[in-house]
Write a protein that binds this ligand. Structure first.
Ligand SMILES: *[C@@H]1O[C@H](CO)[C@@H](O)[C@H](O)[C@H]1NC(C)=O
Ligand SMILES: *[C@@H]1O[C@H](CO)[C@@H](O)[C@H](O)[C@H]1NC(C)=O
Ligand SMILES: *[C@@H]1O[C@H](CO)[C@@H](O)[C@H](O)[C@H]1NC(C)=O
Length: 495
């Protein structure tokens, strides 16, 4: 029996071997094609650093029909051109043609009363207008330290102006007026400004204006159809100052927050999966035409800031004692106000490395001042979360040191002295390439902080949509109960 079966078995296995061979060759060729295609895409992302078009195109066909590949390539600015001459970004015919079907984040913005936004900037509404007419006048933002948390102002201006022509194709978000068509719902409350300017309780009142505005905001939002529809999950709320929105955050946590860091947030209210970290606006002057290389920067390591800080701030004192004997280290205490800004500009522009030590929060605008100065940041902050880190590799232009290491005798100074001219210069060049991502401006330009924030939000959209779709799986059973009125929205069970 065994003998008789043997040859046919052999035949079968020879046949199937042949089949297998054919199949594997097919799969090999197929996967090779696939690899070829996708490396094209990966290169494009790496080199351009503008995740924009490609990432948009994977989100959902509501925001994106796939774009013509040539068109995507065309709409990426030539970085060297951008750096040399910001005003004259390439705007060839192809670019404009492509922009006709450029796909961008669709944002619905509530027409909140002016007391929530531009009135906080002392803008006076005319008639029933909720918004300033940007064609005639753009309200000013107060200077000084308030500016570092001014993302609310720049994002709102960008949305308001999104109906203006966009010849350079910079835009990553447009305002839509039908909330059903929107990817996200934007809440234009200038919470940082409200905290900075109106936290004090004024005599007859029992509560500060900042607190009252937050209460009003929660009442307004939770009554909106848009909020009920998504339980707030597709809402975008800005709370860049670590103390802003202190009361309302406990109510509004399902939303996507735009924050400076998570230092003062419990993880159930804000976390890196759900929320977006935005840069501070730097207060130090941008170093235009910087030709100050390694040898032209006499100071090795620069730090200026307050010595006494709560919480994580003890590190500053410790480091001061470790570094104070080093000749080429500048370590001084004092805030960056008034002429301090000029001095700090000079100091950072003439230093190779700039220290960023955790203060009372993990982040500070000092990092963004260092980037604008092309002073290689040395980050000593174990809890820091950085803006756009999903598309930006900070290790290319920053040195990270664990706090426990930094506090070892000589560790930090030896590490920094070990970085030679060549390596430093590479980081310096990289800083000049990426500084644009941290620049807030109006009108916004392609790849600046405003557009980068919108793109970071766009990368959250599919996760939000997934949560929403999942929550609808069994919704048909609940329809009667849920339609129109919401059961206690804040009860844990509801979520
Ligand atoms: C982009 O910059 C490179 C280097 O400066 C230049 O050779 C090239 O022609 C530029 N391309 C465009 C489309 O401007
Ligand atoms: C808003 O958009 C939805 C979905 O596209 C549509 O059904 C609805 O009619 C629109 N509403 C208005 C007022 O245009
Ligand atoms: C930077 O360099 C360009 C070209 O060399 C020059 O036109 C421009 O005025 C310079 N800007 C500053 C602020 O020095």
């Amino acid at each position: 029996m065994a003998d008789r079966n043997a040859p046919s078995l052999g035949l079968i296995s020879r046949n199937s071997l042949f089949c297998l061979l054919i199949i594997t060759s097919f799969m090999f060729i197929f996967s090779w094609l696939f690899v070829l295609r996708s490396t094209g895409g990966a290169q494009f992302i790496d080199h351009s650093l503008l995740p924009n078009s490609k990432l948009f195109s994977v989100i959902d066909n509501r925001i994106s029909e796939p774009r013509d590949r040539n068109c995507i390539q065309q709409s990426i600015p030539n970085r060297s051109v951008l750096v040399d001459d910001e005003e004259e970004a390439p705007r060839g015919k192809d670019l404009v043609k492509c922009n006709l079907n450029k796909i961008v984040l669709k944002v619905f913005m509530y027409d909140l009363p002016p007391e929530f936004h531009f009135e906080l900037l002392d803008w006076k509404p005319e008639g029933d207008n909720v918004w300033p007419n940007l064609e005639t006048q753009v309200p000013d933002y107060p200077g000084g330290l308030n500016l570092q948390h001014s993302i609310e102002y720049w994002l709102t201006l960008d949305l308001l102006s999104s109906r203006f022509p966009d010849p350079t194709g910079a835009r990553s978000a447009i305002r839509v007026h039908n909330s059903s068509e929107a990817d996200v719902i934007f809440v234009p409350f200038f919470s940082s400004l409200s905290y900075n300017r109106y936290s004090k309780v004024e005599a007859p009142q029992k509560k500060s204006r900042n607190k009252l505005l937050q209460e009003k905001l929660v009442r307004f939002l939770t009554a909106q159809e848009e909020w009920k529809r998504s339980r707030g999950q597709d809402h975008l709320i800005m709370a860049h100052h670590p103390n802003s929105l202190l009361d309302a955050r406990r109510m509004l946590w399902p939303a996507i927050f735009i924050l400076a860091d998570f230092g003062r947030y419990p993880p159930n209210i804000a976390n890196v999966e759900k929320d977006v970290i935005a840069p501070y606006k730097h207060v130090i002057k941008t170093f235009i035409n910087d030709s100050s290389g390694f040898d032209a920067r006499p100071t090795l390591l620069y730090f200026q800031g307050a010595i006494y800080r709560k919480d994580g701030g003890f590190v500053r004192q410790e480091l001061f004692y470790l570094l104070k004997e080093e000749k080429d280290v500048h370590f001084s205490f004092g805030s960056v106000r008034g002429d301090g800004i000029n001095q700090a500009s000079k100091g950072m522009h003439s230093s190779k490395f700039c220290l960023n030590i955790a203060g009372d929060t993990p982040s500070s605008n000092r990092l963004f001042d260092a980037i604008a100065s092309h002073c290689v940041p040395v980050i000593i902050s174990d809890e820091i979360e950085l803006p756009f880190e999903d598309v930006l590799d900070y290790s290319e232009f920053c040195i990270f040191v664990r706090t426990s290491d930094a506090l070892k005798d000589k560790f930090l100074i030896r590490l920094i002295r070990s970085i030679g001219k060549e390596e430093w210069t590479r980081m310096w060049e990289r800083l000049k390439e990426i500084e644009h991502f941290f620049e807030f401006q109006y009108p916004s330009q392609e790849g600046d902080a405003v557009q980068m924030i919108w793109q970071a939000v766009a990368r959250k959209v599919s996760a939000v949509r997934m949560k929403l779709h999942k929550s609808r799986r069994f919704s048909r059973y609940k329809l009667g109960r849920e339609k129109g009125s919401m059961v206690d929205p804040w009860s844990k069970h509801f979520w």
